[in-house]
Design a protein around this ligand. Structure first.
Ligand SMILES: *Cc1c(COP(=O)(O)O)cnc(C)c1O
Length: 381
């Protein structure tokens, strides 16, 4: 048996929709399916406006431009995240300021934000790790007091909630990912969620190469022209066609992933009780399931052990503050000991739509065997 870490899937009319858009003869951006995706996101997540982008990375870059991030500005974010969370701001000449994460959710520790603020701070970027919400009430209150923007990196968090609000719709801006490793996917893909109305018009322009083409197509201006800085951030209609089919089944996909994560949590709890591993405290939207091992060498051994049985597990992230680019661009605020420790010991188990219950059982059995053998080995010396 081969249990891959991730497996892209189709669930509904993905290929039919793509054929439809080819037959309709509209393949560039902002056609019928892209509009359907925008409507779906606005209706199901309750943001003011949603705009598809090529990726979450692109949505983060648009956010940095919209917030007028300038060279020398500072942006507060966790070091335990994907590179794009920082890169989007580094591209504008800003300095990422890294703070530590909470040991329970692995989200940025909201208690550490205030001490990282300087007169150069412009924004805070909470990352909802594993689709579990950051402490948004605290973060929004701090942002208001210090006049900062909040840009949610909700790449992993589609349909997850914090106090009844969908993640990505609480800050000024939110960014989703539809990369093939995320819950809902289109290969590459993303969306910018705009919650503060003042950004809508400029976002349309930035996304359309700095032109007012969107207004032209609505008949609001009689020609379109270059009006602001911008780039090409809108995806092909083929992406929208594929994505819309996935969005139609987003609830089903989420429920299935949550079920898989819960199964892992129940089956692995004896190993947690025995003190071998630590399990997540919350499942979120079932985006991922991880265990924390007791040490880096133990994790390395476990990965190798599982690989023998064709079970593929992965770890992330190399903390950004210890990466070569991070050291060139960043500033660190306070100790990052939780970040360092978690990135040495975290292991992500296979979670994908379509993984079978008995496959989850096999993964857990093998992990159990690993710790049984480890105990035998250490008690015999
Ligand atoms: C996946 C991911 C991204 C990047 O998403 P892309 O769509 O691949 O650009 C950014 N941040 C986090 C936290 C992610 O998990």
């Amino acid at each position: 048996m081969n249990i891959p870490f991730n497996k892209p899937f189709i669930i509904g009319k993905e290929l039919f929709n793509i054929a439809q858009s080819v037959i309709d003869g509209h393949l560039s951006g902002d056609g019928v399916f892209t509009q359907k995706c925008h409507d779906w996101l606005e209706n199901h997540l309750h943001c003011r406006r949603a705009m598809l982008t090529h990726s979450c990375t692109a949505a983060l870059e648009m956010s940095a431009i919209l917030c007028d991030i300038q060279p020398g500005d500072e942006v507060i974010l966790p070091s335990f995240t994907f590179v794009s969370t920082a890169n989007a701001f580094v591209l504008r000449g800003a300095t990422p300021v890294f703070i530590d994460i909470r040991p329970d959710t692995l989200n940025l520790n909201e208690q550490l934000v205030e001490s990282a603020i300087t007169e150069k701070t412009k924004a805070v970027v909470p990352v909802h790790y594993a689709g579990v919400g950051c402490e948004m009430d605290t973060l929004m209150a701090i942002a208001k007091q210090y006049n900062l923007y909040v840009i949610e990196d909700a790449a992993q968090a589609i349909l997850s909630e914090y106090h009844g609000q969908k993640l990505g719709t609480i800050g000024h801006l939110g960014c989703l990912s539809f990369h093939e490793t995320k819950n809902v996917m289109s290969g590459e893909g993303g969306a910018l969620l705009i919650n503060d109305e003042k950004f809508i018009q400029r976002a349309e322009i930035i996304r359309e190469k700095g032109t007012n083409r969107s207004r032209f197509f609505r008949g609001e201006v009689d020609k379109y022209t270059w009006v602001d800085m911008g780039s090409s951030y809108l995806p092909s209609e083929l992406i929208g066609a594929f994505l819309y089919a996935q969005l139609e089944h987003a609830e089903v996909i989420t429920q299935e992933r949550i079920r898989i994560c819960q199964q892992y949590r129940i089956l692995l709890s004896p190993l947690q009780e025995a003190g071998y591993i630590q399990l997540p405290t919350q499942i979120g939207n079932g985006h991922l399931f991880y265990i924390l091992t007791r040490s880096l060498p133990e994790r390395t051994e476990l990965i190798q052990f599982l690989k023998q049985y064709h079970i593929y597990t992965v770890f992330h992230y190399i903390p950004l503050h210890s990466s070569p680019a991070g050291q060139k661009y960043d500033r660190v605020s306070g100790s990052l000991s939780v970040t360092d420790n978690v990135s040495d010991t975290i292991l992500r188990l296979p979670v994908h739509y379509g993984i079978k219950s008995h496959e989850v059982e096999v993964v857990v059995d093998r992990i159990q065997t690993f710790y049984n053998e480890l105990t035998l080995r250490t008690s015999s010396v």
